[in-house]
Structure formats: C-alpha cells, structure tokens
Design a binder for this molecule. Structure first.
Ligand SMILES: Nc1ncnc2c1ncn2[C@@H]1O[C@H](COP(=O)(O)OP(=O)(O)OP(=O)(O)O)[C@@H](O)[C@H]1O
Length: 702
C-alpha cells in the first residue's frame, strides 16, 4: 500500500529527543499502519536502534496486533529470506501493554504478586468482620451480605479517600482489608500502576545510568516512546507514562471520538499532561482523516451518532474515501431474544451462501453475557465462532481460578520469596461450610501468633483453634489432602502437562467445593473447554520453559502472557480451516476491522442507550456491511433508514465486496439455492425451538 502524503509526513518527522508528535486520526485512516511504518523508518532510516524504541498500548490484543503486523511490514519491505534477522530485530523492540510494563517493574523489584480476580474478591469478602449498617439508609455501609463487586468499589473509594459515606466501623474494616491485601501481596490493577510508579520514582532518585535492569532501562535506554490509542488512557496512568516519556521523543496516536474508557476518568486530562511533557515549540500535531476502511454509507451513519460539535468538518473532496456501495447500514429491531438470535443465524447462513466467509463476520455486543447467549445459539446451529475477549475465557472461569490457586498453594507454600496466605484464604473460603467467621478467626489468630495461615492450620492442633470454628473437620480434610503434596514438592518435579492437570483435578475433586457441583450439561462443557485451554497453555509453557525453573512455577509466573500467545496461534491456525464468526465486546474490538459486523443490543437486557463513542467504535469496525440490531441510541432513528435488503439478492454489492477484499468473484458464487435448501430443511424458529427441545431431552437421557 502506498503511503498517503499525510501518512508520509508522520513517517518523515525527524527524530529528536525531548520532542512530541501528536497524530490525531479518524477511524480507518491507517493510524496503526502509519505507526508500524514509522517504527520501520526510525530503525532503518533515522538510525534509532530497535531496543531504543518502546511501544505502549492498553490492550493485549493491540500489542499482539502490532507485533504481528510489524513482522508483516518488515517482510513486505525486505522479503521472506530475511525472516530470522527480522524476527530478531522485532524481538528487541519493547512492546508492552501499560499494565504489562507495570507488572514487569513490580515483579522485578517485589517478586511474584497476586493480581486479584473474581475468586480473590469473594475470598476477601469472607474475611470482612460482620458489620451492620448504622441505620442510615443513605449511607453506604458494609453489611454481612456484601458482594465482591461492592467490596471492590468500596475499597477503591476508600483508597482515594472518597469514602465519606462509610461509617467508622466500615472504615476500620476497609483499613483492615488494605492491610491484609498488603500482607498477602495482593494488588488490584490500580495498585499495580501506583506501585510501579513508586518504584520508578525510587529509581529516578538513585543513579541508575549503568544499571541493566528493566526499570532502569525504561528511564535510560529507550529514546522513542510510541503510544497507540492514546484516547484510551485514563488519569491514573498519567504519572507513570509521563515519567517514562520524559526526555524521549513521544509519538502518540489517537482519536478522541473513540475514547471509551471515560468511566475510568477523563481522558482529556491525560492528553493535557502528555502535551505538557515537552515544550510547546518542540511539539507538533498532524492529522490523518482519510478512510480506507468503511464504505461512505457506514462512516456517514457512524458520524451521525456523534454530537455535531464532535464531528470533524472536512471537505469530502480532500479525503480519500472508498466508493459507495448503495447498501446502507441495515437497521433491525426485535422485541425478544429468540427472534434476534434466529435472525443472526439465518442472516449469517445467507451471507456465507452469498460468498462471505465465516472469518469475515463479527458480532459485537456491549456485554459478555449477551455474547455468551449468542455463542450458545450459534453452537446449536453448528456455526463456528471464536470469542475475542481481552482475557481468554479459561482465565476468567472461576473453577480454573480455584484450580490455579490450589496449584499456587501446593507449589509456592514454603517458598521463601512467596510469603502469601492469599491462595489459602481464597481456596479455604470456597469450600462448603467454611464461612466468614471461621476464616476471620483463623486468619486473625494466625496473625496474632505471628505465623502464616498455612503453618497455623498445619502445626497448631485443632483444639487450640478456638470454639468459634465449628467446621474443623473440613479444614483438617483440606490439610490432609494438600499437606503431603506441599511437603513432597512433587509438582516441582513433574514435566508432563497432562499428568499435572490430571493430578490437580483429582485433588480438587476430593476437596468439597460447591464450584464443582455442575448444574447443567452446558456448565460441564464450558468447564471442559476451559480445562482444555489450560492444558494447551501448560503444554506451551513446557516448550519454552527456561532451565532452572520447574514447569508449574514457570506456568504460574507466565500463564497470563502465554495464554495470549496461545490465543493468537489458535486464531492463525484457524485461518486455514473454514474459519469462524468473531464474537467480541465492542471494547475488545478496538483497533480491529471486519468485512461484516453486526452491532447488537440485547432486547431483553437492561437496554440503556449506548454511549456515542462506544457505538461509534462498534460501527466503524465494519468495512463493507453493517447491521445495527436492537441498537438503542437517540440519534439512530428508524425512519431515517431504508428497510433492510435481502442481501443475497444484491449481486452488485457482492461484486464490490469481493473486489474490496481482493478476491475473485463471479455471480455464480452467490448460491441462493443453497440458502433455500438450508432454510427449507431447518426453518428458522422451528429449528431453534426443536433444537432446544432436543438438547433438553439429550440432557435427561444422559
Ligand atoms: N495508505 C494506505 N493505502 C491503502 N490502504 C491503507 C493505507 N493505510 C491504511 N490502509 C488500510 O486502512 C485500513 C485501516 O487501517 P488501520 O487499521 O491502521 O486504521 P486505524 O486508523 O488504526 O483505525 P481505527 O482507529 O479505527 O482502529 C486497513 O485495512 C489498512 O490496511
């Protein structure tokens, strides 16, 4: 692809330390493409070394995308023959998510840490002393029925001193929570950023010019920092990024209309901070507003969603735009979920019969729950799909979190660098019959005795545990099952992923944990899928484990990053098969594009209007065909849309579509007969109802 004059200006912007280049760009204007070419130019023409370049983004997916496409840019320019040299060079570039960078700083200085997940919050709620509201209904107080989400919010407010509504006993309890989290080395994502900032500041104060560690390198080695999707940064991140950028060349790319994390705080203040790092005369702003992605019909409708003041007013004649298709975005509303789901599967079938590929299609929704319902429906029709979540499903599965915590207990207990009771609290607290009172008593008496919780439950006899604990047998059983494994250190010697997982599951099965009491076949299938993914990541770890560390420890230290690699490999290998429809939240679809997108609202859910920017991001992911299904937005008004077309009857559109994707196409490829046969055979509503009925019978028979 030839670079446009505006892209060229960014790429040829001279390299000078302590300068800022801000690139403001619209959707599909080639921001990422320009960033990649800029990196190539910095290294090959402006003589900046690969390991002096730092690229930061907010999501793992954006980082993966950059790594993969950067290899593509190099290969395009230098040819396949240079692959090993190119890979080595791209490897040297520092490409991180901001949390990934913070994590490296903290682990390098403080050792392994626990980033708190759903099960962790649940465990912590059990440690809260039983407090009652002080009677004032307007004041938020801790009660016995506090849920994990509420605790997370209360703690967050407490830390930023916004807890004026909490009563004094609630405040004491929150102070106690903060103390426990500190003792157990448990961090929230916000804590991680703040701790990284503290550590970086400590380095600034000491002389680190000769140090080789990562934290010092951040300050001294890198010369250029490129930040992608700068509109997604929120105020908490600002001090850390500002410190890293100081004195270097900052090149930031962003589109304020795609800012979708405003609930974390205003992005404008971050942009202001970044603009002020270097002097105004050392800063320049360039614009990219061409649109290579969306059809004019799509971008026009998407722009309509923005307030008039936010719309960029450019003469269309100045811009590079795609040709018109004459197929407007398709607006459709359903009053119930079944009808919506039936429409999705029927329309996907139609699209595929009309020459689209499964891989071309994305379904974007606001919530994971809605996507899960859609996923179940697609699997009933055997339509292949893939979820594009920022975190793979298996990591978010509470059962897998429990298994991983048990693995931490058996592998890390007794490790001198790992003085954390957290996994024990979380796993004990998840057992049947182990309530708040038991957990609180055990934890406070072990702290008083100056012992870790593990030492306390294994060394102090149960008679001494006190009378408050009524379910001592349960805890003894836990000790009996885990103790031999902890003491024998058997897991540290295992190298076979299947053996590790099998042993682990057998051990977990012996613990009486309600999480493993499945209520439906679907739950079993979901858990099995998660286990399979965990196994794949374990296998991956066994192929890249360095010398001198056990497989399980390597897994515990790196599974988060490794699962990203796994996810990626799976998607790549999939490209050769029949492909799959991509299911994603709008937030996770950031930076991606798809030939066809369905942006769907949930007709049954809490259907508050989508905010302008989120909807704008969702709509601008579509290259050629956009469906707006149950989209609830004040500026998307039905009477401004033409009635939906029968897409299989639009040969001109399919000619355009295939040309845009550089695929050859003849009208014969649109197979109306196939669609007719399928819909006659399976019907729409009938098939779905019958299918659900069959699944229910099947479950009973099993
Ligand atoms: N100079 C060019 N000529 C032709 N196509 C281009 C050019 N630059 C970018 N493109 C194409 O435009 C599309 C959008 O590019 P890219 O994904 O980089 O946009 P973006 O600005 O990052 O979008 P968004 O902000 O919406 O994520 C891609 O398909 C890319 O290959």
């Amino acid at each position: 692809m030839d670079l446009t004059p505006s892209q060229q200006r960014v790429i040829h912007f001279p390299f000078n330390e302590a300068t800022t280049l801000e690139v403001q760009a619209g959707p599909g204007s080639g921001k990422t493409w320009t960033l990649l070419n800029k990196v190539y130019h910095l290294i090959e023409e402006q003589h900046v070394k690969a390991d002096e370049i730092l690229i930061l983004s907010l999501t793992n997916k954006a980082v993966d995308n950059i790594v993969e496409k950067l290899l593509g840019v190099y290969l395009g320019k230098e040819g396949q023959g240079h692959l090993p040299r190119i890979e080595e060079k791209v490897d040297q570039i520092g490409i991180y998510t901001i949390h990934g960078m913070a994590n490296r700083i903290v682990v390098e200085n403080d050792g392994i840490i626990n980033i708190i997940e759903e099960n962790g919050w649940r465990g912590l709620t059990k440690l809260l002393p039983a407090l009652r509201s002080n009677g004032d209904k307007n004041k938020e107080a801790l009660t016995e029925s506090i849920n994990p989400k509420l605790l997370e919010r209360l703690l967050q407010n407490y830390k930023v001193k916004k807890d004026n509504n909490a009563n004094s006993s609630a405040r004491d309890a929150l102070a106690e929570m903060v103390k426990i989290m500190k003792e157990c080395k448990v961090l929230t994502n916000e804590d991680l950023i703040l701790r990284a900032m503290e550590l970086l500041n400590e380095k600034v104060r000491s002389d680190t010019s000769a140090s080789e560690d990562f934290t010092s390198q951040l300050l001294n080695k890198f010369k250029v920092v490129l930040i992608d999707e700068v509109q997604d940064l929120y105020p908490l991140l600002s001090p850390l990024i500002t410190q890293v950028v100081k004195g270097k060349q900052l090149i930031m790319f962003g589109d304020t209309n795609q800012s979708i994390y405003e609930f974390m705080g205003h992005n404008e203040s971050v942009i202001k901070d970044l603009r002020e790092i270097h002097k105004a005369e050392q800063s320049q702003t360039f614009h990219l507003y061409d649109n290579f992605r969306n059809t004019p019909e799509i971008i026009q409708t998407a722009t309509q969603v923005l307030r008039a003041s936010k719309r960029k007013t450019f003469e269309t004649s100045e811009l590079i735009l795609k040709e018109k298709t004459d197929v407007q975005p398709q607006l459709i509303n359903f009053t119930n979920t079944t009808a919506q789901l039936d429409f999705l599967s029927a329309e996907i079938t139609k699209l595929v019969c009309a020459s689209a590929r499964f891989n071309d299609i994305s379904i974007l929704s606001r919530t994971h729950e809605h996507l899960q319902t859609i996923a179940q429906h697609l699997s009933a029709y055997n339509i292949p799909y893939e979820k594009l979540t920022s975190q793979p499903d298996w990591i978010r599965d509470p059962r897998i979190q429990f298994i991983t915590d048990i693995l931490k207990v058996v592998v890390l207990t007794g490790d001198s660098h790992w003085q954390s009771d957290f996994s024990i609290i979380v796993t004990l607290g998840a057992l049947r019959g182990v309530g708040s009172r038991t957990l609180q008593t055990l934890y406070s008496t072990s702290t008083l005795a100056n012992m870790t919780l593990w030492r306390y439950i294994t060394e102090v006899t149960r008679k001494q545990w006190g009378t408050v604990i009524t379910n001592k047998l349960k805890i003894e059983e836990y000790v009996q099952i885990l103790r031999p494994v902890v003491e024998s250190r058997v897991y540290s010697q295992m190298n076979d992923p299947i053996e590790i997982l099998t042993e682990l599951c057998e051990m977990v099965y012996r613990l009486d944990c309600p999480l493993f009491q499945f209520k439906s076949r679907q739950e079993i299938d979901d858990f099995q899928a998660s286990l399979e993914q965990m196994l794949t990541v374990l296998k991956l770890c066994s192929t890249n484990k360095p010398e001198g560390i056990s497989l399980v420890k390597w897994f515990l230290e790196t599974y988060f990053d490794q699962s990203g690699i796994y996810h990626h490999t799976r998607l790549a290998s999939e490209a050769t098969g029949i492909g799959s429809v991509k299911l994603s939240t709008i937030h996770s679809s950031k930076g991606l594009e798809f030939p066809i997108s369905f942006v769907v609202g949930n007709p049954r859910g809490n259907n508050f209007p989508m905010d302008d920017n989120t909807l704008y991001v969702g709509m601008t992911r579509a290259r050629n065909l956009l469906y707006l299904v149950n989209v609830n937005h004040p500026r998307i008004v039905p009477w401004e849309f033409k009635p939906p077309v029968n897409i299989i009857e639009q040969p001109k559109f399919w000619e355009y579509y295939n040309r845009d994707l550089a695929r050859s196409w003849t009208p014969k490829q649109t197979n109306k007969m196939a669609y007719q046969t399928l819909s006659n055979k399976y019907g729409l509503r009938q098939y779905s109802t019958c299918c659900r009925h069959l699944r229910r019978c099947f479950k009973v028979l099993r």
